[in-house]
Design a protein around this ligand. Structure first.
Ligand SMILES: [Zn+2]
Length: 203
């Protein structure tokens, strides 16, 4: 940034730069947020800082499904009201939020923490596939539902997983095609997602 155009305060500058690193926050929004906090009540910046710090300090990955949780196993894996024979495979923890919001799916999940993308240098070893295969070896799962994003990376990942999981002789399904190609699951609306789960097809 041109020095003459930068705020006269290093503290403001630093916060703007940090906000600007966040997804979906451009320089203008970063500026607006920083100046907003400057004007906000005395405690608000502290509450925000505390919430950000506890994000890393209080959360962990569930040792079963790899979802982000405050307790291990997570409430979904720990619940006896869930169908323990089904595993829905998603790319990110926030995809679970979207699917849970529909209230239609009652099985378990597995979070890959990414999708295979040769163009971006993300290989099969960079996502949590090994843990999924270990779960399937347990023998309790009789259906795996691929809920990877309906885009190139998501399709590639589903195809790769299909090759690995086929030998297990487990039913493999894929969310229905109602989801527009190129989108991400977390942005899909409830109606579309519900239809996609209910209309899931054999992969
Ligand atoms: Zn879990």
């Amino acid at each position: 940034m041109d020095q003459n155009l930068a705020p006269a305060s290093n503290a403001i500058n630093r916060l703007i730069q940090e906000f600007n690193k966040l997804p979906g926050i451009g320089p203008k929004s970063a500026q607006r947020l920083a100046y907003y906090l400057l004007r906000a009540s005395e405690e608000q910046p502290g509450l925000l800082a505390e919430a950000i710090l506890s994000l890393k300090q209080q959360t962990m990955l569930c040792s079963v499904c790899l979802n982000v949780t405050d307790s291990d196993p997570c409430p979904i894996c720990d619940s006896n009201e869930r169908d323990r024979n089904k595993v829905c495979v998603v790319e990110q923890p926030q995809d679970i939020l979207a699917l849970e919001h529909t209230r239609i799916y009652k099985g378990l999940y597995h979070v890959l923490h990414g999708a295979i993308s040769p163009t971006e240098g993300v290989g099969a070893d960079d996502v949590r596939i090994k843990e999924l295969l270990q779960r399937l070896q347990g023998g309790a799962i009789n259906e795996v539902i691929f809920a990877t994003n309906p885009n190139l990376e998501g399709e590639q990942t589903a195809m790769y997983l299909h090759r690995l999981i086929s030998p297990f002789g487990i039913r493999i399904t894929r969310l229905a095609r109602g989801l527009p190609f190129g989108t991400e699951l977390e942005y899909a609306d409830d109606v579309t997602l519900t239809r996609a789960i209910e209309g899931r097809q054999e992969f």
